[in-house]
Design a protein around this ligand. Structure first.
Ligand code: FAD
Length: 470
């Protein structure tokens, strides 16, 4: 146990923020303990987020392809069916292998792992109710809060994880619902809606705001919405849910225009509530030690990830910034570097965002809307995948690359890609932004043929000059 001997670093939470911070701290020679209540490492992301959703997105995509596209490629089956239990167990296996992998990394790096719920007793002491029913106190010179986030509930909508589910329930349904209603058109709702839509559900997405994925470049968003509609996803935008009735067999939702007006009823077998996530600090004892939070409940930190209480730091979903796993990881590394007396830095403007539907949508930097608002004079270069040879060769050519660059200097300000594997393609753009590259830098960089990445090069050419293939 760590009861008596003091740690250099104690990390509260073993998600992508916390476990990465713990490993990095140990690598820097700091004596480190990580406390996690879940029983497995990897946090929301690995257990009920990024990883299981990507497993199901891939499996459901394979089924959908087999059913609707294979024949076009000359691959014929007499029958294709969904074996949902097998699909779920593939997902579960991926998750459990990866969570155990992190435990292995903890051992390798000599991170002490305490399974249990931690709460502050003082700024340097955490009391832990361990999962085996005991209690212990863990002391640390520095404590990093990495407790992440939780599903945001909607007033009047009670999640039972059966008929009314959060993303966690939507990752583990025991049958394909005939009608699925998704409340909230953020990336989680669209990804889970895609999974069940491909497996046969009729999917309707209800969104209060006028647009899906509000952070997206509006031109790309329009294309994206049209693509999802072609996949039979229905959208009811500017619409709010004002009532839920689960007394019958399914669910009856009462809807109303966001601005008020006539009500309507929408029926569903399953309703997914994906209206955002909120920082998770319940039972942590933040008031006891006086850690400041903002109106949204997020912990306030400075550029070193230090809270107002000396020796107490916070990273990941529990602080402001994009609620993404890779952002949490960057926070974790930088925070520990500061604790170790080095310099750390995370630029939230360079954090890529990806929606893992098919096609995917990935972006980094500014949207055109943001540039317009800020009055920057810019140029736009676009290249459609319909003119990309690889995309045509594999008959998967829906999408576009859009590059925004400063008109004077040609410096790249934002890149938005909708395409298969856009989440992989985006990284040359992230690197370009990070290095302050111009669109000409990308255009004059040799790209392998035939690849989807050539569309990035051609969009770069289109930004300051002319593309070749269109
Ligand atoms: P978390 O991952 O939430 O980890 C916090 C951990 O702290 C939890 O395991 C919790 O049990 C533990 N904890 C909390 N309080 C205590 C306590 N008092 N004592 C001990 N332990 C405690 N992001 C992406 O970048 N890409 C994606 O594709 C993606 N897909 C997602 C899909 C879904 C369905 C969801 C829900 C999220 C997705 N996310 C994705 C978001 C991503 O999961 C989060 O941004 C990320 O997990 C945040 O990491 P974190 O370490 O800050 O917090």
């Amino acid at each position: 146990s760590t009861g008596s001997d003091e740690n250099d670093v104690v990390v509260l939470g073993g998600g992508p923020g916390g476990y990465v911070a713990a490993i990095k701290a140990a690598q820097l020679g700091l004596k480190t303990t990580c406390i996690e209540k879940r029983g497995t490492l990897g946090g929301t992301c690995l257990n009920v987020g990024c990883i299981p959703s990507k497993a199901l997105l891939h499996s459901s995509h394979m089924y959908h392809e087999a059913k609707h596209s294979f024949a076009n490629h000359g691959v014929k089956f007499s029958q294709v069916e969904v074996d949902l239990p097998a699909m779920m167990s593939q997902k579960d296996k991926a998750v459990s292998n990866l969570t155990r992998g992190i435990e292995g990394l903890f051992k390798k790096n000599k991170v002490n792992y305490v399974k249990g719920f931690g709460k502050f007793v003082s700024p340097s002491e955490v009391a832990v109710d361990t999962l085996d029913g005991a209690s212990t106190t863990v002391k640390g010179k520095n404590i990093i809060i990495a407790t992440g986030s939780d599903v945001k509930s909607l007033p009047g909508v009670t999640i039972d994880e059966k008929k009314i589910v959060s993303s966690t329930g939507a990752l583990a349904l025991s049958e394909v619902p005939k009608k699925l209603v998704v409340i909230g058109a953020g990336y989680i709702g669209l990804e889970m809606g895609s999974v069940w839509g491909r497996l046969g559900s009729e999917v309707t997405v209800v969104e209060f705001a006028p647009d899906i994925v509000p952070s997206m470049d509006s031109e790309v968003r329009k294309l994206f919405q049209r693509t999802l509609e072609k996949q039979k996803m229905k959208f009811m935008l500017k619409t709010k849910v004002v009532g839920v009735d689960t007394s019958g067999e399914g669910v009856k939702l009462t809807l109303e225009p966001a601005a008020g007006g006539e009500q309507s009823i929408l029926e569903a077998d399953v309703v997914l509530v994906s209206a955002g996530r909120v920082p998770y600090t319940a039972g942590l004892g933040l008031d006891k030690i006086g850690v400041q939070t903002d109106k949204a409940g997020r912990i306030t930190v400075d550029h070193r990830f230090a809270t107002n209480v000396p020796g107490v730091f916070a990273i990941g979903d529990v602080i402001p910034g994009p609620m993404l796993a890779h952002k949490a990881e960057e926070d974790g590394v930088a925070c520990v570097e500061f604790i170790a007396g080095k310099e750390g830095h995370v630029d939230y403007d360079m954090v890529p965002g990806v929606v893992y539907t098919h096609p995917e949508v990935a972006s980094v930097g500014k949207t055109e809307d943001q540039l317009k608002t800020s009055g920057v004079v810019y140029r736009v270069g676009k290249f459609p995948f319909l003119a990309n040879s690889r995309a045509k060769a594999i008959d998967d050519a829906e999408g576009v690359v859009k590059i925004l660059a400063d008109k004077e200097s040609d410096k790249i300000l934002g890149v938005h890609i909708m395409s298969p594997n856009a989440g992989e393609l985006i990284h040359e753009a992230v690197l370009a932004l990070q290095y302050g590259a111009s669109s000409e830098d990308i255009a004059r960089t040799c790209h392998a043929h035939p690849t989807m990445s050539e569309a990035v090069k051609e969009a770069a050419m289109a930004t300051y000059d002319k593309p070749i293939h269109i």
